[in-house]
Design a protein around this ligand. Structure first.
Ligand code: ADP
Ligand code: F6P
Length: 322
């Protein structure tokens, strides 16, 4: 393969730019040309794409967001939309595509491979860490580090006022951002969709921590379990003696400069993706398992059983007070 495309699709994440840069640089080293496809599948079917100069990606590595922009494209969900997109790719001489996105974008890549015979390779880009075939998705590490910084600030003010705070974090139906940031912030409670939770028991533990001398409490809530304001109302009822506040970190976690881990992961994943396309291989996704870069069939990747977080949850439980 001599000419390929790269796009970013679905929710953005820190590390997408590092990934695009690595695709362009690695392809150039191999004598391949790369088209940047703007606004995900929307740009693909509109022919909104241009050739990347390897020099133009200088300085991109450390920037959050995505220079290619991203979009959610309804038309691409239908075979007619994908036919239109494939025709545009052919018009530009693009023989294969690297798709940086989440499970929805991968479903699109799979359909493009199978229906239109365009080899596609997926790179897992989402802060949610909700793809079961890979230990980590790109952007997750940065998002968790940002959450930890924010929680540190929240705890400062909560301690001054001796309050209880519910901090909501993104993750869609996956509790990983809440679980990792909660452990790393020394939270008193972590509420995630993967584990049963009992608010009365948690309220009792909070009372116990206060008797032991704790002056504030942090409860980390995954968005998949509901919103902070609803939990504030419940804890106000369960803990009438304390002042309770809630805050949603929301999009703060989706922006920002990528961490070292995400930059290096982006580089390694991009190299594998380019190598596969160079050999004419498609319909696969790249990931990381036990620190090794892996690739596997898209269908297989999307149908993996959910990851087991019980060990990590027990780490939290063994260290918590009360
Ligand atoms: P993410 O990739 O982050 O999960 P989305 O679920 O929003 O984000 O998907 C991004 C885009 O991928 C959608 O706007 C659509 O263009 C395409 N897509 C999603 N699901 C499918 C599908 N089942 N078939 C074809 N394309 C899809
Ligand atoms: O998938 C990433 C994510 O940030 C989720 O954590 C969140 O639920 C969702 O995207 C928000 O998406 P939108 O950009 O549509 O508000």
């Amino acid at each position: 393969m001599k000419t390929i495309g790269v796009l970013t699709s679905g929710g953005d994440c820190p590390g997408m730019n590092a990934c695009v840069r690595a695709v362009v640089r690695c392809a150039a080293t191999r004598g391949m040309k790369v088209y940047g496809i703007n606004r995900g599948y929307q740009g693909m079917l509109e022919g909104d794409m241009e050739l990347f100069d390897p020099i133009a990606v200088s300085g991109l590595m450390g920037n959050g967001g995505t220079v290619l922009r991203t979009a959610r494209c309804i038309e691409f969900k239908y075979p007619e939309g994908r036919k239109k997109a494939a025709d545009k790719l052919k018009e530009f001489g693009i023989e294969g595509v690297i798709v940086c996105g989440g499970d929805g974008s991968f479903a699109g890549a799979k359909a493009l491979c199978e229906e239109q015979n365009i080899p596609c390779i997926g790179i897992p880009c989402t802060i949610d860490n909700d793809l079961n075939y890979t230990d980590f998705t790109l952007g997750f590490d940065t998002a968790v580090n940002t959450a930890i910084d924010c929680m540190h600030n929240v705890v400062d003010t909560m301690t001054s006022h001796e309050r209880v705070c519910i901090v909501e974090v993104m993750g869609r139906n996956c509790g990983d951002i809440a679980l990792y940031s909660g452990i790393a912030s020394g939270a008193d409670g972590i509420i995630i969709p993967e584990m049963p939770y009992d608010l009365e028991e948690l309220a009792q533990r909070i009372k116990n921590t206060r008797k032991m001398g704790k002056e504030s409490n942090l409860i980390v809530l995954a968005e998949g379990c509901g919103h902070a304001h609803a939990y504030v109302a419940q804890f106000e009822r369960l803990l009438p003696e304390y002042s309770v506040r809630g805050t949603n970190l929301g999009y703060l976690l989706r922006g920002g400069d990528p961490s070292m881990y995400d930059r290096v992961f982006a580089a390694r994943a991009a190299i594998r993706a380019v190598e596969l396309l160079e050999q004419g291989i498609g319909n696969r996704v790249v990931g990381i398992r036990n620190s090794q870069i892996i690739d596997l069939d898209i269908f297989e990747a999307l149908n993996m059983p959910k990851k087991d977080n019980r060990e990590l949850y027990s780490v939290f439980h063994q260290l918590v007070l009360g």
